[in-house]
Design a protein around this ligand. Structure first.
Ligand code: SF4
Length: 446
């Protein structure tokens, strides 16, 4: 891996405006630079010095998985759309037309995976509570307003529209008052997932204003923080000016008798291979927090069993818990990243077989769909043909949790709504699955 610039420990984000600087510094070919410039007109693009200097292998660009993970790529939009953007952006007189083209293309990328706004947002006195989702009985998702960005953006992010100024989609709570009211009215909620974006982009002082009030709610027993900061900016826990304060805040949560779960998002084993990420994990674990790891299975980034085997082993070696392998959902450049369920199940099974027992905590491939989390347990051959074995790991309706069901095997289906259910599926399960497969809801945060 080559480092093109001296490492800095001060966080600085680079976006579309810096593409020429990045291209000159790291020797990006002209056509790659142009692709990034065009596609980042539509999809969010953000990196930082750590991602550029320590994660991307510039000798392997554009195929490098870390480059694919963070830089817009040819093929994420149709050739026609890319050409259109190229033509319109070349002439300043076409600025208005360019803006219209960007809006049109975004609209065709399913920016509002439905179900989240309609089904998950709790209502109080007839008003939606901003920055909350309550889908599963015992868990509430909380989106602190100041945490709705990330240290870098994943090209596959299913919350991409959150980062392009789309107020309609944006979940953001100005402060925790709505959350606290909701928790008091719902003592059955034991688990609050603080998510984003990435809550760890907030200063520790800001983060404290969101976390500390939760410690006064006796029914909250677990606080989860969804974050990719250990992968994208481990300095947050090691060298940032308020890194130690963040760790003291974690200790405060643990000392209150609650479980603090850091839901870390690692997409590739390289993210765990730096000294900084290892130090960050050691320091987080020393607070008493437990680190759980999750990520989606993504073409061009991690779509092979060997990569997942190395990833889960690296997580275990670092004292973290492999937790979920998700299926990529249908939004943004889904056609570029999607992996058929049949292939995903093969990759999962091949990787799982290589693991030591302690890493077999991982579940996958999992679709976080409208009725709940559905895992593909494998394929079975029967006299009537081949079927996917499926199971509800989590469900909007608690009575469905843990229930197995089947669907006809398909070599190409990439989501639940593309599957044909076995006619013998119990009616309640079939109704939940058929009634809600058209949309995707929350899943791997940060
Ligand atoms: S919210 Fe998560 S998946 Fe999306 S860009 Fe941020 S870190 Fe990546």
């Amino acid at each position: 891996m080559t480092a093109g610039a001296p490492e800095t420990t001060r966080f600085r984000a680079y976006g579309p405006r810096h593409i020429d600087t990045i291209a000159d510094r790291y020797g990006l070919p002209d056509e790659v630079r142009e692709t990034v410039r065009r596609i980042s007109l539509v999809l969010p693009f953000r990196v930082n010095s750590y991602v550029l200097d320590q994660l991307i292998d510039w000798d392997d660009v554009p195929g490098d998985p870390m480059f694919q993970l963070t830089f817009p790529q040819r093929g994420m939009l149709t050739g026609d759309d890319e050409d259109r953007l190229g033509k319109l952006s070349a002439d300043p007189a076409d600025r208005l037309l360019l803006r219209e083209a960007v809006t049109d293309i975004r609209g065709r990328l399913n920016p509002h995976p439905s179900g989240q706004q309609q089904l998950n947002v709790p209502v109080q006195d007839g008003e939606a509570i901003p920055g909350l989702q309550h889908k599963y009985r015992e868990t509430v998702l909380y989106f602190p307003g100041q945490g709705q960005t990330c240290h870098a953006y994943c090209t596959y992010c299913f919350r991409w529209a959150q980062f392009i100024g789309d107020a309609d989609l944006r979940f953001a709570a100005p402060d925790p008052s709505g959350l606290l009211d909701h928790l008091r009215a719902h003592p059955e909620v034991h688990d609050v997932l603080v998510t984003g974006g990435d809550p760890m982009v907030m200063s520790t002082d800001r983060l404290r204003t969101h976390l500390e009030p939760l410690l006064d709610v006796a029914t909250v027993r677990t606080i989860r923080i969804g974050t990719k900061s250990v992968a994208y900016w481990p300095q947050r826990f090691v060298t940032d000016a308020d890194a130690d304060d963040a760790l003291r805040l974690f200790e405060q949560v643990v000392d209150s008798g609650r479980q603090l779960a850091v839901m870390a998002h690692f997409s590739h084993p390289r993210e765990l291979a730096t000294d900084l990420s290892q130090q960050a994990l050691r320091r987080i674990r020393a607070t008493g927090a437990v680190v759980y790891c999750q990520a989606p299975l993504i073409a061009h980034v991690n779509d092979d069993a060997e990569t997942w085997s190395r990833l889960w082993r690296a997580e275990l070696a670092a004292g973290a818990v492999p937790y979920y392998q998700f299926v990529e959902r249908d939004t943004g450049p889904h056609a570029y990243f999607k992996v058929p369920l049949a292939r995903a199940a093969e990759i999962f099974a091949d990787a799982y077989r290589t693991l030591p027992g302690l890493a077999r905590t991982v579940r996958g491939p999992v679709m976080s769909a409208t009725p709940g989390k559905v895992v593909v347990d494998g394929v079975e051959e029967t006299p009537e043909g081949a079927f996917f074995r499926l199971r509800m790991l989590q469900a909007r309706q608690p009575s469905l949790v843990g229930r197995p069901f089947r669907a006809r095997y398909s070599a190409t289906a990439a989501w639940l709504d593309e599957l044909e259910l076995d006619p013998a599926t119990p009616a309640d399960l079939a109704a939940a699955v058929r009634g809600g497969t058209a949309s995707r809801t929350e899943g791997s945060p940060a």
